[in-house]
Design a protein around this ligand. Sequence first.
Ligand SMILES: Cc1cc2nc3c(=O)[nH]c(=O)nc-3n(C[C@H](O)[C@H](O)[C@H](O)COP(=O)(O)O)c2cc1C
Length: 162
Amino acid sequence: MANFLVVYFSETGNTRYVANRIADYADADLEELKELDPKSPFRVFKTILGMKTKVSKAYRDPNDYDIIFLGSPVWAMSLVPALRGYLSDNPLVSKKLALFCTMNSMGSDRVFRGMRGATKKCRILGELAVKEDELGFQAVVDDRIEEWVNSVRSRPQELIPL
Ligand SMILES: Cc1cc2nc3c(=O)[nH]c(=O)nc-3n(C[C@H](O)[C@H](O)[C@H](O)COP(=O)(O)O)c2cc1C
């Protein structure tokens, strides 16, 4: 049976909410990234420049898992530096990935592009972008997340082209 890991960063809880639902539906382990210098005033600047920040050491070894869900908020239309830090410390090569993000309104495409660029030769099984206002309708968003998790689980061999 496939086993799953959800790796994510969340500053205000939205991405954590989605990560927890994914973990519920996929029966996955969770790895929440913690920045060593949280809420740095330079974080937006670093995001725009595509820089990484240092995160605490991972508890889980991603190599122990068949499918890894990667989650990030959208910051300045981009992937957060904490995720870049994690992917630098834990290079994911030739893994099966599913990508998700939360946002106010826009920028998911660039976040997914950033994740793809930082994970070499990985198979991307799906992408899910959740807007903040959707989180106000819990039953609806939960259904959407569950449907997405099931679609990821049902096509583990499929490669979505870069
Ligand atoms: C520094 C910063 C930059 C942001 N930039 C964007 C953006 O470019 N586009 C967008 O739609 N939302 C943007 N947001 C909103 C977040 O993506 C949104 O609130 C997200 O759900 C936060 O996730 P979290 O609660 O897991 O931290 C930004 C938020 C912060 C704090």
